[in-house]
Design a protein around this ligand. Structure first.
Ligand code: ADE
Length: 257
């Protein structure tokens, strides 16, 4: 996969893209990441990329032309078809594991980081971006951190990037549930013992325990996820036990949607 990022602050990306799993994925050629400085596409010698908002008000607005020129440099007219050009902004559709999977299926992505109070609306009106994504209902100082979040979530899904092929599949959210609890040595730490079943060597019993604990966590912390999760008949039986055990009120939750 190739990812191009247009940003006013390319240096912000250094840490996250040069460590750990993303670093290895780049070294192995599984992903190519190109950072483009929007200031390089400014029209004047002062490299100005923002201006006062028409209509007045606080803050500055990112000018359309430097972004447009940057996008035209990244993607020639002939390359544009089918490549998602994603603007990061709090007005976008919400980023989820589903969206990460959707993006991971593309051979190329272009990410545009907004800054200041926003970006001139005509960048959208001119059809220069094909998608707009928010990483959550809060406002950050710019689209750089969201772009890094998206790169991280997408790159770890690319074939061969994670060491163990099962780890991406078993993660939180992969089947729409939160993850089960994990333990490692020692078996007793500061008086706290690891659940017996995990030491039993009985793989079926371990898998059952893990599924139940994933369901328990989801029920207690994020019951909203249960509506869309892939639940088997056995899961539903376990859930009704958990509802009793935990004394929670699930009224209507599983029937909706
Ligand atoms: N830019 C500022 N806040 C953002 C958010 N929550 N998601 C994406 N881009 C942003």
């Amino acid at each position: 996969m190739r990812i191009d990022v247009l940003t006013l602050f390319p240096e912000m990306f250094t840490g996250p893209l040069t460590e750990s799993i993303i670093k290895r994925a780049r070294e192995q050629g599984r992903v190519e990441i190109h950072l483009w400085d929007i200031r390089d596409f400014a029209e004047d010698k002062h490299r100005i990329t923002d201006d006062y908002p028409f209509g007045g008000g606080a803050g500055m607005v990112m000018k359309a032309e430097p972004v447009a020129r940057g996008l035209e440099a990244v993607l020639s007219a002939g390359e544009r078809a089918g490549v998602p050009v994603i603007l990061l902004s709090p007005q976008g559709r919400l980023f989820t594991q589903e969206v990460a999977k959707e993006l991971a299926a593309h051979p190329r992505l272009v990410l545009v980081c907004g800054h200041y109070e926003g970006i001139d609306e005509r960048v959208r009106e001119a059809g220069l971006v094909t998608d707009e994504i928010s990483i959550g209902d809060y406002v950050l100082t710019g689209g750089e951190l969201p772009a890094m979040v998206i790169i991280d979530a997408v790159v770890r899904l690319l074939p061969g990037v994670l060491g163990a092929p099962a780890s991406a599949v078993e993660d939180s959210f992969y089947h729409g549930l939160l993850d089960y609890p994990h333990y490692t040595r020692p078996a007793v730490w500061r008086g706290l013992a690891v659940p017996e079943v995990l030491l039993s060597g009985n793989h079926q019993a371990i898998a059952r325990w893990r599924r139940k604990e994933a369901l328990r966590r989801t029920l207690l912390r994020r019951p909203d996820l249960l509506r869309r999760a892939e639940l088997s008949a056995e899961d539903r039986v376990i859930l009704s036990q958990l509802v009793q055990e935990e004394g929670v009120d699930l009224k209507g939750l599983l029937e909706e949607g």
